[in-house]
Design a protein. Structure first.
Length: 102
């Protein structure tokens, strides 16, 4: 069975749009999946929400999607461009990882 990944990309400021644009992040994440033999199942694009909180629209959608589709779609991996695109606080990062592992 093919292993699948979901991709989470995020920008919160205009500066990030130019330096870490969603297109740049997505291309890098897709290349990462290709190099590791993962099929990119879905891309979750977060535009304009800070990582100061883990309560972000697309992040929450991604977590729910993973929970609902993990077994049926064989989603094994979440790919992010950089860890600070996922979470800034270690507590949020750890909590999100624990939720996704379930």
């Amino acid at each position: 069975m093919i292993e699948r990944a979901v991709i989470y990309i995020r920008v919160s400021t205009a500066d990030q749009v130019e330096n870490f644009s969603l297109a740049t992040q997505e291309a890098a994440c897709l290349e990462y999946c290709k190099q590791r033999g993962l099929e990119a199942d879905r891309v979750f694009r977060e535009e304009g929400e800070s990582a100061k909180s883990a309560n972000r629209t697309r992040l929450n959608e991604m977590v729910k999607y993973c929970a609902a589709n993990r077994k049926a779609r064989n989603i094994t991996t979440v790919v992010v461009y950089r860890v600070d695109r996922f979470a800034r606080k270690m507590a949020d990062h750890t909590a999100l990882k624990a939720i996704l592992k379930q």
